[in-house]
Write a protein that binds this ligand. Structure first.
Ligand code: ATP
Ligand code: MG
Length: 388
């Protein structure tokens, strides 16, 4: 029996004339992801992408990977067979196997998109349903609320019997809306922000600021691990690691304590923007959420925004911590984010941070520093790691 995956394309079908470009990109992404698992034949027809193993392949891994590809709305797993009603019945019985032993109601949903096939959709449903009922006499057909739905689709190349259809990752294919630089800390919020924007079709690069020896090697490994988890959804991520100690020490030595955090945030945004230019990104992404900490008030965000000319996407801005955590759990970053290593922000936290900083006061503090030289040296110290 030949097992296959049927992936139903999502939002890209709305894209009119650009549609073929989106489809091509999606197909390329699916091929890349499947290549990591084994050898698969991947092709598309009428908004469905077919993933067919070449020889014995790990279909569980392929199914899991497919569920993480943006641009796909539903993933069905099933068996392919010859377009012949007897073959369809036999394959359905074999594929469904003992899955019908512990249920009482079922339904067969048939769809004939190849109109040359001699039976109509309702006729196929009756034939296959009857055959399965004979094999499993305890079963009752239930058209409105069945425990199991078996789908039979007679398509161009083959007939397909599917049983498990689950929601796909949704969104748009990674890269179809360009590329952005994610400011990735070791916290809970920024990996979630990266995931959310990748879902909207952005390819992701990341920048991380570390303050060795105030932050540890483990803190750095943790960030790389977070980026690595994200690659299941985003594909390749290049992480730029920026030495930040000199800047933090310069701020701590020369500026008024209440402004430490906001000054640091402005340095981060400036350097992230340089990193974004280096990596051909058109926007930046942060995990900021309104009012969560002192540097995320409207006034503080205004002061950090003031040093950026690129748009800054903050997809978590309107989410509660609980909501962010539930996404982090779903995508598998929560446990790693929760590991207890110091982030560079927490090392130099002022006792009374300004919650309503004024831009002119912040700029006055910055005059005490050689901003350009500090940024230049940090940029020169950047180290690059590519994951995924
Ligand atoms: P997170 O959970 O993402 O760390 P947070 O709630 O701890 O966020 P902050 O520490 O104020 O908030 O950081 C706000 C945002 O700034 C983060 O979401 C992230 O995008 C970015 N950021 C903070 N620290 C770093 C860092 N060391 N390297 C890269 N980006 C950072
Ligand atoms: Mg943080």
């Amino acid at each position: 029996m030949q097992e296959v995956l049927l992936l139903k394309c999502g939002e890209i079908v709305l894209k009119g004339l650009n549609r073929y470009k989106f489809e091509e990109r999606l197909l390329r992404i699916i091929r890349e992801r499947m290549k990591k698992i084994g050898q698969f034949d991947v092709w598309s027809m009428q908004s469905t992408v077919y993933v067919e193993p070449m020889g014995e392949q790990d279909m569980d891994a392929a199914f899991d990977a497919a569920k993480k590809i943006f641009g796909i709305n539903a993933v069905a797993r099933g068996a392919a067979c010859e377009k012949d009603i007897e073959a369809i019945k036999r394959t359905a019985a074999e594929y469904v196997g003992d899955r019908l032993d512990n249920v009482r109601t079922f339904k067969v949903e048939a769809k004939r998109s190849d109109k040359r096939f001699p039976l109509t959709s309702p006729q196929i449903g009756v034939e296959v349903g009857g055959y399965l009922s004979d094999l499993h006499p305890h079963l009752k057909a239930d058209m409105s609320d069945p425990q199991v739905t078996i789908t039979v689709e007679v398509r161009d190349k083959s007939a397909y019997i599917t049983l498990d259809k689950v929601r796909g990752a949704g969104g748009m294919p990674v890269g179809s809306n360009g590329r952005a630089m994610l400011l990735l800390s070791g916290g809970i919020d920024s990996p979630v922000a990266g995931y959310m924007m990748a879902k909207r079709g952005l390819e992701i690069a990341a920048v991380h600021f570390y303050s060795y020896p105030y932050t540890s090697k483990e803190a750095r490994d943790k960030v790389l691990e977070l980026a690595n988890i994200l690659t299941d959804y985003t594909g390749k991520i290049t992480v730029l690691l920026v030495p930040f100690t000199e800047i933090q020490l310069a701020i701590a030595r020369n500026c008024v304590e209440d402004y430490f955090t906001i000054l640091m945030r402005r340095f981060m945004m400036r350097i992230a923007q340089r990193a974004a230019e280096m990596q051909h990104c058109g926007a930046m992404i942060t995990g900021e959420s309104l009012g969560q900490v002192a540097s995320q008030t409207m006034e503080a965000l205004g002061c950090t925004q003031a040093v950026c000319y690129m748009p800054v996407f903050r997809p978590a801005i309107g989410l509660d911590k609980e909501e962010i955590i539930s996404i982090a759990r779903k995508i598998g970053t929560f446990e790693t984010s929760n590991l207890p290593f110091e982030d560079c922000c927490t090392v130099f936290t002022p006792r009374h941070p300004q919650t309503k900083p004024r831009l002119d006061k912040v700029e006055e503090q910055e005059k005490r520093l050689d901003v350009d030289a500090l940024i230049e040296r940090a940029v020169e110290g950047i180290e690059k790691v590519t994951l995924g």
